[in-house]
Design a protein around this ligand. Structure first.
Ligand code: ZN
Length: 413
């Protein structure tokens, strides 16, 4: 009986996955190509000498530097086809004691040519090893496992997308389970998911010829309605830290047909449902706008912390002075009993701007004043605790300089 149910479920998954075929909706048009925006003929290019600017030896050099750091432990999740270790960094406040830590997994360079996804990953490592309050909070609350080069043979052979056995490890996660790279990563995922610290976020780092920075958003036909909403919130949260750089969640809606376990992230969806935010991130592949890896890394890390509900200090960053007033939708929403409200104040030339942020009930009665002070230009975040209030609709209004904006939020107890 149990077997039959499994088969039925498989059928449901297969049929719903086949629904959108191999077509992807890009800027309103369906185009047949892979999720990194490459057409099949791009497989034939090789770059055997340059290794796209970061070789396996480059990684070994960086590993020597990283492993000096007391927050880092280096080990391998297995060997590649040609016997190269698949290096994994463990980064947390004490890598020998991960009790109670929230687990985030990141792997990069499945497709050797897509170095930009790796450069973002390298910036993430850099931020995680920085001595400041944000990084300290992250290290104290989380353990990050990072595989910076998942396909070292492909990198050394100059293959754009495949491993030494000529297999695209990205889209053949299920078809070629015995490729040593696939087997190694899958074994590590399986082990962690059965541990007291299961993976909660898994990011698969690539770069795309579409010259946009985006997360590959999958609609509910391929996952679930709940997961679709969670993805939207996650992507919008990351994006809120780099709004001019990262595309909104609905930019790239796709599900490529075929087997449900075709990709690493769909393996998570299939076996663990909504419990893991498993997504591919695509940076810009060799585009005019390529760069700002530090801003992207910062946005991803801060978005992940928000997703995990780990409070972090919001700091004014020199290269992130807002150009306009904004009042963002509170997060989470609906909420119970706390939620965060973020806003930004631009440099209006008059120095400090008197800012007030107040909450009103549905009848317009002021409930609480959250902010009432002169503030310099910057991005701000305030937590609203509604423990004393009853369920219902509330409004929050930001007034600063000549700017006023009001948004609605819902308290659900
Ligand atoms: Zn890719």
């Amino acid at each position: 009986m149990k077997k039959l149910l499994t088969i039925h479920l498989m059928f449901f998954f297969f049929s719903s996955f086949l629904y959108s075929q191999d077509l992807q909706l890009v800027d309103g048009n369906f185009i047949k190509m892979d999720k990194c925006g490459f057409l099949p003929e791009s497989e034939s290019q090789v770059n055997p000498t340059e290794n796209w600017g970061y070789s396996y030896d480059s990684l070994l050099t960086d590993l020597e530097i990283w492993r000096q750091n007391s927050y880092v432990k280096v080990d391998s999740i297995g060997l590649s086809v040609q016997g190269r270790p698949l290096w994994q960094l463990t980064i947390t406040s004490d890598p020998n004691n991960i009790a109670g830590k929230r687990t985030v997994y990141i792997h990069a360079r499945t497709h050797p040519q897509e170095t930009e996804g790796f450069w973002v990953t390298k910036e993430i490592i850099k931020i995680l090893l920085t001595e400041n309050s944000f990084a300290q909070t992250v290290r104290e609350n989380c353990v990050f496992y990072i595989v910076p080069m998942y396909n070292p043979d492909g990198v050394e052979l100059g293959y754009p997308r495949r491993n030494a056995n000529n297999v695209d490890l990205e889209s053949n996660w299920f078809t070629f389970p015995n490729e040593p790279e696939v087997a190694g990563l899958k074994a590590r995922f399986t082990e962690l998911m059965a541990s007291p610290n299961p993976i909660e976020v898994e990011l698969n780092m690539h770069s795309s010829s579409l010259c946009k920075r985006y997360f590959v958003y999958h609609d509910s036909a391929g996952t679930s309605p709940q997961f679709a909403v969670m993805q939207q919130q996650f992507i919008e949260r990351v994006r809120s830290y780099y709004p001019t750089g990262i595309e909104p969640w609905n930019y790239y809606v796709s599900w490529t047909g075929g087997n449900p376990m075709k990709y690493p992230e769909s393996w998570f969806w299939y076996y663990h449902g909504e419990s893991v935010m498993a997504l591919t991130y695509e940076d810009m592949y060799q585009c005019a706008g390529t760069g700002n890896f530090d801003l992207t890394a910062n946005a991803i890390l801060r978005g992940v912390m928000d997703y995990l509900n780990i409070p972090t200090e919001v700091e004014l960053s020199d290269n992130l002075i807002p150009s306009e007033f904004t009042l963002e939708q509170n997060y989470p929403n609906p909420f119970n009993p706390t939620t965060k409200i973020r806003y930004s104040i631009p440099n209006v030339g008059t120095g400090l701007a008197l800012s007030t942020l107040k909450v009103y009930d549905i009848l317009g009665n002021e409930v609480v004043t959250l902010v009432n002070e002169e503030k310099p230009a910057g991005y701000y975040e305030v937590e609203f605790n509604a423990t004393e209030l009853s369920s219902g609709v509330y409004f929050y209004r930001l007034q600063s300089d000549n700017f006023t904006q009001t948004k609605k939020m819902i308290l659900m107890r």
